[in-house]
Design a protein. Structure first.
Length: 432
C-alpha cells in the first residue's frame, strides 16, 4: 500500500466515525447536551485514533514494504499526540457536561463520574496514555533508556483495551450495529497485532534457527556479523531492507535492534554491518559464532521497487552506507547508470571500502568518497558540488541514508539541484 493510499484510508475512516456520531447526535441548545455531544465526538475519534496508531505499528508487511517503517513510525509519533489530545478533550468535555447536568462543581463531578465503572476504566487508560506521551516527548525520550521507553510504550495496549471497555459500556456508541462495528474494528486490529508481532516472529524463529557464523572487524568501531539459518531465502529479504535482531546472549537478548542488510542474501546467510555507538552495539562486537539469533522482518521500503529512473544516485552518510552497499551491488543497470557518494568524516571512518571499489569496477559504476568534517568550509553536498560530481543529477532517482542532520541537508540540496522530492527515497536510522 502506498503512503497516499494509507493517508486517504485513515482520513476516510475518521470521516466514517464522524458520520456515526452525526447520525446518533441529538440536536439541542442545552449546555450540558452540547458538552455531551462534543464528548461523544472526541471520544469516538480518540478511540479511532488509538486504533490507527496501533495498526501503524502492527508490522503488517503491506504497510512496512509500501509505506516504510521510518515513515510509519513518524506518523505514529505525530498521530499519537493528536490521539492523546482527543482523549484529554473527551475527558474534559464529559466532565463539564456532567457538572452542568448535575449542577455540581468540577471536583464533585469527578467523584460522581468515578462511581461509574466504565469511567474508572477510562481514567486508568488515560493515565497510561499520559505516561506513554510523557516518556515519548523529545526532552524525556532522550534521557531514558530505549528499553524503558519501550516497556512504558507497551502499556498502550492495556490503555487501548480499557478505552474499548469504556466505549462499549458507556454512552458514546448508540445502537447494537455501531457497537458491533466498533468491536469488529478492535478485534481486527488485535488479531493483526498478535499475528504479526508474536505468531509470525515465533514461527520464523523456530523454522529458520538463525545463528551467528562469523564476526568480521571492518574498522575501529564497526563489525560485520554473518548470520546463517535454514531456508533463509524464504524470507524474501531484499537489498535495502532491515531486520530487528535479538541476539540470545546476556546483555542483548532483551532488546531487538534494527540493522539493515549490508549485502544481498546468499547461501542462507544474512549480513549486517554495525557501528558501535552505545551499550548494545558495543556488545555485538563480542558475539561468538553459534550464538542464536531471532530476527524479525524483513522491513523497510528502501528497495528497488521505489526506482522510477534508469540512472540512480546512492548517497550515504556514515553507517548509512549499509543498505546502500547492498543496493549498489544489486540494482539493475549498465555502466554509467549507478553512482555512489559516500560521506564520511575521514578515511578511517570509511567501511567496506574494498567491496565498494570492487563493485564499482565490475559494474562500471561511479564511486566517490566525500571526506571531511561537517563543519568544514567546503560542503561536498551543496547543490553545486553535487552537480559537479553528477552532471545530469536531475535525471536520477536518489537513495539516501545517513544521520538525520546530513539527510535533511542533503535532501534540501538535492531539491535545489533539481531532483524532485518524490524521487528522493530515504531511510531514517533514528525511527523504526
Ligand atoms: C531502520 C534502521 C536501520 C538501521 N541500520 C543500521 C545499520 O545497518 N548499522 C548500524 O550500525 N546501525 C543501524 N541502525 C541504527 C542502530 O539500530 C542503532 O545505532 C542501535 O540500535 C543503537 O543501539 P545501542 O543500544 O548500542 O545504542 P544506544 O546509545 O543505547 O541507542 C542510541 C539510539 O539508538 C536508538 N535505539 C536503541 N535501541 C533501539 C532499538 N531497539 N530500536 C530502535 N532504535 C533503537 C535509539 O534512538 C537510541 O537513542 C539502524 C536503525 C534503524 C532504525
Amino acid at each position: 500500500m502506498s503512503p497516499d493510499r494509507l493517508r486517504t484510508a485513515v482520513v476516510a475512516g475518521a470521516g466514517a466515525v464522524a458520520l456515526c456520531w452525526g447520525v446518533q447526535a441529538r440536536p439541542s441548545a442545552r449546555l450540558d447536551a452540547l458538552f455531551a455531544t462534543g464528548a461523544h465526538l472526541t471520544g469516538l475519534l480518540a478511540g479511532y485514533g488509538v486504533l490507527v496508531m496501533l495498526l501503524l505499528m502492527a508490522r503488517i508487511p503491506a504497510l512496512e514494504h509500501g509505506v516504510g517503517a521510518d515513515r510509519l513510525a513518524r506518523w505514529h509519533a505525530h498521530g499519537g499526540r493528536y490521539a492523546l489530545g482527543l482523549v484529554a478533550a473527551h475527558g474534559l468535555l464529559a466532565l463539564c457536561g456532567y457538572a452542568v447536568h448535575t449542577g455540581t462543581d468540577l471536583l464533585t463531578a469527578v467523584q460522581g463520574l468515578l462511581g461509574y465503572p466504565w469511567v474508572a476504566a477510562a481514567c486508568a487508560g488515560t493515565v497510561l496514555f499520559v505516561a506513554v506521551g510523557v516518556t515519548s516527548a523529545g526532552a524525556v525520550r532522550g534521557r531514558i533508556r530505549h528499553e524503558t521507553w519501550r516497556r512504558v510504550h507497551l502499556l498502550t495496549h492495556l490503555a487501548a483495551a480499557l478505552g474499548f471497555v469504556h466505549q462499549l459500556a458507556g454512552p458514546d456508541l448508540v445502537g447494537p450495529f455501531t457497537r458491533w462495528i466498533w468491536a469488529m474494528a478492535h478485534a481486527t486490529v488485535g488479531v493483526l497485532l498478535v499475528w504479526y508481532r508474536i505468531v509470525v516472529p515465533v514461527r520464523r524463529a523456530l523454522r529458520h534457527d538463525l545463528r551467528v557464523v562469523e564476526v568480521v572487524t571492518e574498522g575501529p568501531d564497526t563489525v560485520s556479523v554473518l548470520v546463517r539459518g535454514r531456508g533463509v531465502a524464504e524470507l524474501q529479504a531484499e537489498p535495502g531492507q532491515f531486520f530487528r535482531w535479538r541476539f540470545l546472549r546476556p546483555g542483548l537478548r532483551s532488546t531487538a535492534l534494527p540493522f539493515s542488510l549490508s549485502a544481498p542474501v546468499r547461501d542462507d546467510t544474512l549480513r549486517i554491518t554495525v557501528k558501535a555507538i552505545g551499550d548494545h552495539t558495543r556488545r555485538i562486537r563480542r558475539l561468538r559464532p553459534g550464538t542464536r539469533v531471532v530476527a524479525t522482518g524483513p522491513f523497510g521500503a528502501l528497495t528497488a521497487h521505489r526506482r522510477t529512473r534508469r540512472k540512480v544516485l546512492l548517497l550515504a552518510g556514515g553507517v548509512g552506507i549499509t543498505p546502500l552497499r547492498a543496493l549498489f551491488e544489486t540494482l539493475d543497470g549498465g555502466p554509467g547508470d549507478l553512482t555512489l557518494l559516500y560521506r564520511a568524516s575521514d578515511a578511517g571512518a570509511v567501511v567496506l571500502r574494498e567491496e565498494l571499489e570492487a563493485i564499482a569496477y565490475e559494474r562500471g559504476a561511479a564511486l566517490h568518497f566525500l571526506l571531511g568534517r561537517s563543519d568544514d568550509p567546503f560542503d561536498p553536498l551543496a547543490p553545486r558540488a553535487l552537480r559537479d560530481l553528477v552532471p545530469d543529477l536531475a535525471a536520477h532517482d536518489v537513495y539516501l541514508c545517513g544521520p538525520p542532520g546530513m539527510a535533511r541537508a542533503a535532501t534540501a540540496s538535492l531539491i535545489k539541484a533539481g531532483v524532485p522530492a518524490g524521487r528522493i527515497h530515504s531511510e531514517d536510522f533514528s525511527h523504526a
